[in-house]
Design a protein. Structure first.
Lengths: 112, 112
DNA sequence: CATTGATACAACCATACGGTTGTATAACTG
DNA sequence: CAGTTATACAACCGTATGGTTGTATCAATG
């Protein structure tokens, strides 16, 4: 699953809020509806609802209707997409170290 | 290195912008000053300078004076801190699967 | 079908964000 | 030390964000 820049903007933007990260964590167990989630935070139901909407737009959670509730569930693939980008940066870093090492040993390699 | 919620806010917030992610990527090689970085983007020098400041405040890059330039360098530890949080979420997910599996096999275990 | 419970959505407010221009400071160079 | 280069910072502007309250929809229940 290949992500575009604006999708990453949404994803990291969604993760840049403590309440939303906590919702992601809680929604891993996929047990609570929005009203239940809202009970954990010192803000209105509507505010939490907006947070969930932002997470949903970012692809980090989905909502599933169960009875009259809508249970919020974390989307593992979304989390993985974000993590993979950070992995890529670390790979680039490693590549840089490799290039530096190669540069240092170049003398040896070209003049054995 | 243990991070607090507001630090993660800054970190993910900093990553929630395409230009800033690109600066992080470029700064892995730690070769360019701010003016050189600014050359890559369709915006003013001051705008790029502000982006770098945001990345610096988030602990994702550092600046090192070299001559009259200030070379921007990505801070690997910052990237790792963000990645580790996402890793933790995935572990929680795995734990949930384990608990579910355990629950399912419980019948077998208790009545062999 | 009227009521209750859970969610959705619009309007509004204060503050933060991404960009601009302009001015000031630091460090090399002649 | 005068001039140039690279960076810093303040002021400003439009828009997005995080919160509020109020109203509307939708599903289960008596």
């Amino acid at each position: 699953m290949q992500m575009t820049a604006p999708e990453f903007d949404l994803m990291f933007g969604a993760l840049a809020d403590h309440t939303r990260r906590d919702i992601v964590r809680r929604a891993i167990d996929a047990e609570e509806g929005i009203a239940e989630l809202a009970g954990h935070y010192p803000m209105s139901f509507a505010a939490v609802q907006k947070h969930v909407a932002i997470l949903e737009r970012a692809g980090l959670v989905t909502k599933q209707r169960i009875g009259r509730r809508k249970v919020v569930r974390t989307n593992l693939e979304g989390l993985r997409a974000a993590r993979r980008l950070l992995d890529r940066y670390e790979e680039l870093w490693r590549g840089r170290i490799d290039r530096m090492t190669e540069l240092v040993s170049e003398g040896k390699e070209t003049h054995p």
